[in-house]
Write a protein that binds this ligand. Sequence first.
Ligand code: AHR
Length: 346
Amino acid sequence: MKKLLRLISFVCIFALLVMAGACAEKPSETTVPVGTTTSKSVETTPNAGDELIVVGFAQCKADESDWRMANTKSMQETLSEANGYKLILADSNNDAAKQVADVQGFIDQEVDYIVIAAVNMDGWDTVLTNAKNAGIPVILMDRTINASADLYTCWVGSDFKAEGVKATDWISTRFTADQEVNIVNLQGQLGASAQIGRTEALEDAVAANSNWTLLAQQTGEWSTDTAKEIMASWIQRHGDKINVVYAENDNMADGAIQALEEAGMKVGGDDGVAIISFDANRAYLQMTLEGKINCNVECNPLHGPKVAQIIQTIEGGGSPAKVEVVEEAAFYYDTITQEIVDARAY
Ligand code: AHR
């Protein structure tokens, strides 16, 4: 009903403008690169009336990792009341079934938009069909899902496999073809597209290099403590045979480093156990600068400005790009600088 009233008021205003001979200009679209540090640089077109645009945001687990906290903060800073939005955050606590229920709850509340950072790639068809039937645009952010493309408006996020290839390319430069490369893989939460893409890149590289061995693989649930426990058991089992840790986010890399150092093993640098990480949060880029992390591949969490731009495009009658892959870099212990670390927005 609310959407119908908004549509009628929009048509009336448009008709009045046409009759007055004014040309109704499409609100200027703001190209906002992901990674903008504050919502101040987002030229959002505040809602024509005094009505806020209601956005239901289905987040994985708001405090699960440094990355996730930066992602949540970016959404809250950008989709603020001052910018013309009412943001309703639902935290699924990384429970895929609960997240689907959270989205159904947004549909029942008749929100204007739904944004999803998906815990798991699967299980979305029914609830997204309900959203489509309710006429609520669904914006996928960060993670991708296995669902028909007509069930969501667009996706903005990272190419996780490409991130993994950046990491395995670095491993190839670290070791010669006649050196044994013995890797342990701390995976993200199983079923998340970030985990699937990064793991796939590693497994492809292991298959392509006869001197590479994947000694052990287990999910550390994106968590420092869980990763530390797993790493300690791997050290017990494999000892100093391990010469690469491929951790699928910064928090798990930190846990692995703690376990290695407590076992008296040299970490990072030119001749320690090589540490691969993903996210490039500032605190862990500092560890990269200190040589504890050798290769840190960026995964940009600051999606708020991009999501706001997508909503404004739709509000202005436009169609956003179906897929928007954010540009991301990689940082290395032997080339990163303090300036780069200090300039990080998160
Ligand atoms: O989807 C991005 C991933 O989710 C980040 O790499 C990780 O830290 C977070 O849990």
